[in-house]
Design a protein around this ligand. Structure first.
Ligand code: OAA
Ligand code: MG
Length: 598
């Protein structure tokens, strides 16, 4: 079969594209070689020679194609069949041996950024091996390809730039965005993560260099959620940057002017959203990531009516925090409605979480949302959000302006409100001071303290501070990871309240059901599914999230419950509904194990 063209590997396809377009279940057989039950890369339209076969290059071109390259793992037969003789040294490694070697090499780097660069190089060289490493060593590698290291990578993106990843759409491409999308080599796209780089983690405006975020998020879509890499598209929209340091940096890779705003900005985004739907259909999931507050809420509100959109910072973060709160009830007792919540930070994360908590309490107690919101208080840079500030508040803060006299700082707000739960979502580090944590500990037997801001440098407090200042009584989780802490002979393991628990499984649920819109009920379903995955063993360690080691199983459960909700709401287009959605979700997941080529 492979002889049909001397530079062509023709792969016969044994199954058919399933109705949901995933085609994972059917799988491709590589010329009758190993069939795997998991994900397979679909042939793009251009590659389709007949409906049942497609071709990829061989020889040195095959070695340079990260999608198909296996490096030293090419077998003797494959080396013969695909013109690789002499292009590789004689040794043949298993994928496991390659993995062992790479992990060993990676651990030699002491600087986290060097590990990040090594991982990106691997992704560009041998995609399956990259995902094998990431999946098998998720706890160790998450901080490398994701927060905190990805933050530093974005700050230095221009300097460490090697090969471009993702798609860049700048103001220069205005009027031509559809053509730009068509330049991307893959035609079947299921998830786009898009940023405009204006609020990268808690690091602020990094302009075009924000690209590290969509790239990192999508690698987790694959590793944690099993969405196949070829159907993921990272996009950065470059409308300029207001970051003077970057504008003056000779290695900056973006447009060298201030951000376009108003009509110019809106028109570019409108063109992009329109082109994405036109090119990929209405079931493509568009995840907004790290937009600034002043655009994030408006974009989500505007496009959630016409597109399948999800804002990770508003909705994903909300869902993961709600999950942690639901789980924590096992440790602190009572119901969600028994608690009082205080936030530092009233942006995307703060107000998004607040709203989802209010919705869940409302669902549980049948009380109206206006009432349940009153259990939740937010502090912004001007102090406690209260009704006397109503006039000057941005729209998204208004629902949280309750009756109370003005209160300036966080410490005074803690004393005045007496919360049981304190949540940091301000993007400003070191704001949960000793006094604040001590005040929480004096009010509560087991204060719940969530320091969500990323990366680690922006965390409201460290795990060690939370445990020490509360004399070991705090239940603590943070947005970026912290190592376990020993306090008075006891080891405390902090959880990671990061949206990475939610978005991969959430997205998979939307994809497998063919959902056409995102609804809050789906976010609640995801939270409840995640909370249900916390085991007694986790609780015994004080954890309110399960470890990331089981994330694929967790994602399958989240996906199943999100898909079930999509079917229930009549928003799922893939019919009939599979009976066992957990099994189905698992069967749809991409596997990084090499396939045999004949
Ligand atoms: O990327 C992360 O670690 C979580 C997140 O969305 C953010 O901080 O913006
Ligand atoms: Mg984000």
């Amino acid at each position: 079969m492979s002889s049909s063209n001397s530079s062509t590997l023709k792969e016969m396809r044994n199954g058919s594209v399933s109705e949901n377009g995933l085609d994972y279940k059917s799988g491709y057989g590589y010329g009758g070689g190993v069939k795997d039950q998991y994900g397979e890369d679909s042939a793009t339209e251009d590659q389709l020679i007949t409906p049942w076969s497609f071709s990829v290059a061989s020889g040195s071109t095959l070695l340079r194609d990260p999608r198909y390259n296996k490096g030293l793992a090419f077998t003797e037969k494959e080396r013969d069949a695909h013109y690789l003789r002499g292009l590789l040294p004689p040794a043949i490694f298993t994928q496991e041996l390659q993995e062992k070697r790479l992990m060993h090499n990676l651990r030699q780097y002491e600087v986290p950024l060097h590990r990040y660069m090594a991982m990106m190089d691997l992704q560009e060289r041998n995609e399956r091996l990259f995902y094998k490493l990431l999946i098998d060593n998720v706890e160790e590698l998450l901080p490398v390809v994701y927060t905190p290291t990805v933050g530093e990578a974005c700050q230095k993106y221009g300097s460490i730039f090697r090969r471009p990843q993702g798609l860049y759409i700048s103001l220069k491409e205005k009027g031509k965005i559809l053509e730009v999308l068509k330049n991307w080599p893959e035609k079947t796209i299921q998830v786009i993560v898009v940023t405009d780089g204006e609020r990268i983690l808690g690091l602020g405006d990094l302009g075009c260099q924000g690209m590290g975020i969509p790239v990192g998020k999508l690698s987790l879509y694959t590793a944690l959620g099993g969405v196949r890499p070829s159907s993921c598209l990272p996009i950065t929209i470059d409308v300029g940057t207001n970051n003077e340091k970057l504008l003056n940096n000779e290695f900056y890779i973006g447009l060298r002017h201030k951000r376009a705003t108003g009509k110019e900005y809106e028109e570019l985004l409108e063109e992009f959203m329109h082109a994405a739907k036109q090119n990929y259909g209405e079931k493509v999931l568009i995840q907004f990531e790290d937009f600034a507050n002043h655009n994030a809420f408006d974009l989500l509100a505007k496009y959630s009516k016409s597109h399948l959109v999800f804002n990770d910072d508003i909705q994903g973060t909300a869902s993961v925090v709600l999950a942690g709160l639901l789980a924590s009830l096992k440790l602190v007792g009572g119901t969600l409605a028994d608690h009082k919540f205080l936030f530092l930070g009233a942006g995307e994360a703060g107000t998004g979480i607040a709203e989802l908590i209010a919705l869940e309490i409302s669902k549980q107690t049948k009380a109206p949302l206006e009432e349940t919101r009153k259990k939740i208080w937010l502090v912004d840079s001007k102090g406690l959000i209260v009704s006397s500030r109503m006039e000057s508040l941005q729209q998204f803060k208004k629902p949280w302006a309750h009756e109370h006299e003005p209160v300036k700082g966080l410490l005074d707000a803690v004393k005045a409100i007496k919360p049981t739960v304190l949540i940091g979502s301000s993007g400003v580090g070191k704001t949960f001071t000793k006094e604040v944590v001590e005040a929480m500990a004096s009010l509560n037997e087991k204060p719940l303290i969530l320091a969500l801001s990323n990366p680690t440098s922006q965390s409201e407090c460290t795990a060690e501070e939370a445990y020490t200042w509360s004399k070991g009584r705090a239940i603590f989780a943070s947005g970026s990871p912290f190592d376990p802490v020993e306090y008075e002979g006891k080891v405390f393991v902090p959880g990671q309240a990061n949206n990475a628990y939610i978005f991969p499984g959430f997205g998979l649920g939307l994809i497998i059901s063919g959902a056409i819109r995102v609804r809050d009920e789906m976010l609640l379903a995801a939270s409840e599914a995640l909370a249900a995955q916390v085991t007694q063993e986790n609780f015994d360690k004080g954890l309110i999230y399960p470890p990331f080691t089981n994330i694929r199983k967790i994602s399958a459960h989240i996906a199943a419950d999100v898909a079930a909700k999509a079917y229930e709401l009549g928003l799922a287009s893939h019919l009939p509904r599979p009976k066992d959605l957990v099994k189905y979700a698992e069967s749809c997941m991409y596997s990084p194990v090499y396939r045999s080529y004949r």
